[in-house]
Ligand binder design. Structure first.
Ligand SMILES: [Zn+2]
Length: 338
């Protein structure tokens, strides 16, 4: 099989994978708490996404090399690292009511949604701790990467923005300054982008379907960060039907951008809705795009930050696609550990 990590067109650009610190396992998170985050009754973000991934992971025979880790719940103080107190209270109230929407109509409330969203956020923080302590070399969480939620609002199926919370947590609890956030979900990661638009210490690179054709409509190439953060964000809009070849081309820019930022930790939102056949987007990539990105990010993480890479599942509404894409990410992480 062609290994896309072996970039024959640019052999000089291949990153050397170091081996001295690669004994810790890859953590993959699973548990009913994660499966509970989802919306029933025909909503694209169903409860079955967790099982679809884990079923394929077991079937793919990668399982023996994986350490399965359990979710944990975020505290209100942890949520408040990113979200406003008023918004946290609003979610708590809607969760108790258990009906209506948290936003204009994409993100329904259900009884216990506060706890379910807190479990996603807490699991991302557990994974950050595992990677920072060296217990895990890298980690993957299938139900996570809820990148549309803003500091004071829900949006696009996302209640608490575990990506944004993780950035603040890495800074405040672990004392890091240079964090990189790489997002290949078909939708622009607006909740992360606008929360850190004027923050020069978060490097963002985001490949997504052009906002003229897809929610949330943002992420133009001209959006590069504000004031002192200008130049620390890279938005790469792709046309509808963009395929692997186009992804590999633009990936080179993403890789150079992250390489120059010399991150101390890499967060990777690997939404699977950029694969052909997703019911709510229009891109046409395959899981090889995810494999390619994951292989390269592992190499960058090894180069700059002792391998610290946390991948968050993000979107993806075709169950076969999300299983394929996320298994490819986990496989790339395992191979980088060998
Ligand atoms: Zn998406």
């Amino acid at each position: 099989m062609l290994r896309l990590s072996q970039n024959r067109a640019h052999p000089e650009r291949r990153l050397k994978v170091t081996t001295n610190s690669e004994k810790a396992p890859v953590y993959v998170y699973r548990g009913e708490e994660l499966a509970r985050y989802g919306f029933g009754e025909g909503h694209p973000f169903g409860h079955d996404r967790h099982e679809a991934f884990h079923h394929e992971l077991i079937r793919s025979d990668l399982g023996a090399a994986i350490h399965y880790a359990s979710p944990r719940r975020a505290s209100v103080d942890e949520l408040a690292l990113f979200h406003s107190p008023d918004y946290i209270n609003f979610v708590s109230k809607k969760s108790a009511e258990g009906c209506g929407f948290l936003d204009g109509g994409d993100t329904p409330a259900f009884p216990g949604i506060f706890e379910a969203a807190s479990d996603v956020a807490g699991t991302t923080l557990a994974a950050v701790d595992a990677v920072m302590s060296g217990e895990a070399q890298r980690a993957f969480i299938p139900i996570a990467g809820l990148h549309h939620a803003g500091r004071d609002h829900a949006a696009g199926f996302c209640v608490f923005n575990d990506c944004g919370i993780a950035v603040e947590y890495l800074r405040q609890k672990h004392g890091l300054t240079r964090v990189a956030y790489v997002d290949i979900d078909a939708h622009h990661g607006d909740g992360v982008f606008y929360a850190f638009e004027d923050d020069p210490e978060l490097t963002i690179a985001d490949i997504h379907e052009d906002g003229r054709y897809l929610y949330p409509g943002t992420g133009s190439v001209k959006e590069t960060g504000k004031s002192t953060a200008k130049g620390t964000k890279l938005n790469v809009p792709m046309p509808p039907q963009a395929n692997d070849r186009m992804f590999f081309e633009v990936w080179e820019y993403v890789e150079d951008f992250i390489d120059k930022a010399r991150p101390e930790f890499i967060l990777f939102q690997c939404g699977a809705d950029s694969l052909a056949g997703d019911p709510i987007t229009h891109m046409a990539c395959s899981s090889e795009a995810h494999r390619h990105a994951a292989v390269r990010l592992c190499a960058l993480a090894n180069r700059h930050c002792r391998g610290r890479l946390l991948a968050l599942g993000g979107g993806g509404y075709n169950l076969k696609n999300l299983a394929d894409a996320w298994c490819a990410v986990v496989e790339a992480m395992l191979e980088a550990n060998e």
